[in-house]
Design a protein around this ligand. Structure first.
Ligand SMILES: [Zn+2]
Length: 213
């Protein structure tokens, strides 16, 4: 059997076996201390197909994320929209920190695009918000609080617009449901029928969210 992933086996005080894939080439397998070598091998063998599939999926996401170079290009609506050099004068000479800040400032300067989108979708759906603010979170694309403040991640500008539409619709639905219970998804389904596909597609862009600028 040829393993497609490097599996780091950790024996520890536990009763169950836990297999976690880290990336397309690495996984961690946590097993009870007393388990036999043979049992470990059997378990890994039984997960081969799943490991192969997971590895392939992760490789695709990794390749996709490598096709973006945020320090070189500006991206809008899922496409390259010019060179950072052209929008930030003297960019090359800046320190890494100043570069990040300059990139952030650029996307913040385009935030009005998201404001307009939110206004349009709010008008179309009748779902309201009181205020809108940008966020640069590396964890969430957006949020909506009980005071009606909707925060949208300026990195949404980088994504294809249909995904920004999905996130805005999602946050607008929180004006009716401050949770993710079935009624929330039902509401979202009425204004964004393809939300399940959009949610899945968002996962491919998680590297954009995690990028710090
Ligand atoms: Zn939500």
């Amino acid at each position: 059997m040829i393993y497609i992933m490097k599996i780091n086996v950790i024996r520890e005080k536990r009763r169950t076996i836990a297999l976690k894939v880290l990336d397309s080439e690495n996984a961690v397998l946590k097993v009870p201390q007393s388990i036999s070598e043979k049992k470990v091998k059997e378990f890994v063998d039984s997960k081969q197909r799943w490991l192969e599939k997971t590895s392939a999926r992760m490789r695709e996401v990794e390749d996709f994320s490598r096709s973006f170079d945020f320090k070189k290009y500006i991206y809008l609506n899922g496409q390259q929209a010019g060179k950072v050099d052209d929008v930030v004068i003297g960019f090359e000479k800046l320190s890494p920190k100043a570069k990040r800040l300059a990139i952030k400032r650029y996307y913040l300067s385009m935030f009005s695009n998201l404001e307009r989108l939110a206004e349009k979708l709010s008008g179309e759906t009748g779902l309201k918000y009181k205020d809108i603010k940008p966020t640069g979170s590396t964890r969430v694309w957006g949020s909506y609080n009980s005071k009606g403040l909707m925060k949208l991640n300026y990195k949404l500008l980088i994504l294809p617009e249909e995904l920004a539409v999905y996130v805005v619709c999602h946050e607008l639905c929180h004006s009716l449901h401050m949770n993710h219970k079935p009624q929330f998804w039902k509401q979202l389904g009425t204004i964004c029928p393809n939300y399940k596909a959009m949610k899945k597609e968002m996962a491919r862009y998680s590297f954009v969210l995690k990028t710090d600028f």
